[in-house]
Design a protein around this ligand. Structure first.
Ligand code: GAR
Length: 205
C-alpha cells in the first residue's frame, strides 16, 4: 500500500472529486488531493475544492477547445509535479489528453467515463445508450492511453435503463455508481496489487 497523491482535472460540477474527498475523509481511501485544475473558469469543481481547502486553479487551455496540448499541457504538468502529484485523476475533464501528460505520468492517468466501454465513447454517453435502446448502462474507470476512452479497464459498474428514463434520469443513476467506482478504482492503484497486461488490468497478488 502506498498513499496516493492525486491531482484532479475537471470541467464541471466536481461530484466525482467530491466522492474521492468523501472516501478519503471516511478513511476508505489512503490518498490526498494535492491540486485541482479546471479548464472552465467558473467550474463548480473549483468551489468544491476551495471549500475543502484543496489548492486549485483555472487552467487556460486556449486556443484549443477539446484537447490539452502545447503550453497549457506544459503548465499543467508543471503544476501537477510541483504539487507532488503521482496520480492524475480525470474527473469530468472534457478534453482529450495528449502524449505529453501521459509520458509525464506513465500508467498513472485515470479517467471515468459514463458508459460500459467500449460502447459509447465520447460525449453524452448516457444519451447514446438511451437512443440505442440499451437495457443496461453504466460507468467505466480506466487507465488513459493515447486513444479516446480506450485504455485498460480498472472497474466497471452497471445500472438498469428504466422504461421511463430521460437522459437526465439515466445520467443521475449512472452518477451514483460513478461515486462508488472511482474510489474503488483508486483503491486498486493504492493497493499496488495489480498489473497491466495488454488491455487487461489483473487485480490481485
Ligand atoms: C461524469 O458523469 C463523468 O463520467 C463525465 O462527466 C461527468 C462529470 O461529473 N465524464 C465524461 O463524460 C468524460 N468523457 P462531475 O463533474 O460531477 O464529476
Amino acid at each position: 500500500m502506498a498513499k496516493l497523491h492525486l491531482g484532479v482535472l475537471g470541467s464541471g460540477a466536481g461530484s466525482n472529486m467530491q466522492s474521492i474527498v468523501d472516501a478519503i475523509d471516511a478513511g476508505k481511501l489512503d490518498a490526498d488531493i494535492r491540486i485541482v485544475l479546471a479548464d472552465v473558469e467558473d467550474a463548480k469543481i473549483l468551489d468544491r475544492a476551495k471549500r475543502h481547502g484543496i489548492p486549485c486553479q483555472y487552467l487556460d487551455c486556449a486556443p484549443w477547445k477539446t484537447k490539452l496540448e502545447g503550453p497549457a499541457e506544459d503548465r499543467c504538468i508543471e503544476l501537477l509535479r510541483s504539487a507532488g502529484v503521482d496520480t492524475v485523476v480525470l474527473a469530468g475533464f472534457m478534453r482529450i489528453v495528449k502524449p505529453g501528460l501521459l509520458a509525464a505520468f506513465p500508467n498513472r492517468v485515470v479517467n471515468i467515463h459514463p458508459a460500459i466501454l467500449p460502447a459509447f465513447p465520447g460525449v453524452h454517453s448516457w444519451t447514446q445508450a438511451l437512443d440505442y435502446g440499451c437495457k443496461v448502462a453504466g460507468v467505466t474507470v480506466h487507465f488513459v492511453d493515447a486513444g479516446t476512452d480506450s485504455g485498460p479497464i480498472i472497474v466497471q459498474k452497471t445500472v438498469p435503463v428504466m422504461e421511463d428514463d430521460t437522459p437526465e434520469s439515466l445520467h443521475a443513476r449512472i452518477q451514483v455508481q460513478e461515486h462508488v467506482a472511482y474510489p474503488e478504482a483508486l483503491n486498486v492503484i493504492a493497493s499496488g496489487m495489480y498489473r497491466i497486461e495488454g488491455r487487461r488490468v489483473r487485480i490481485g497478488r
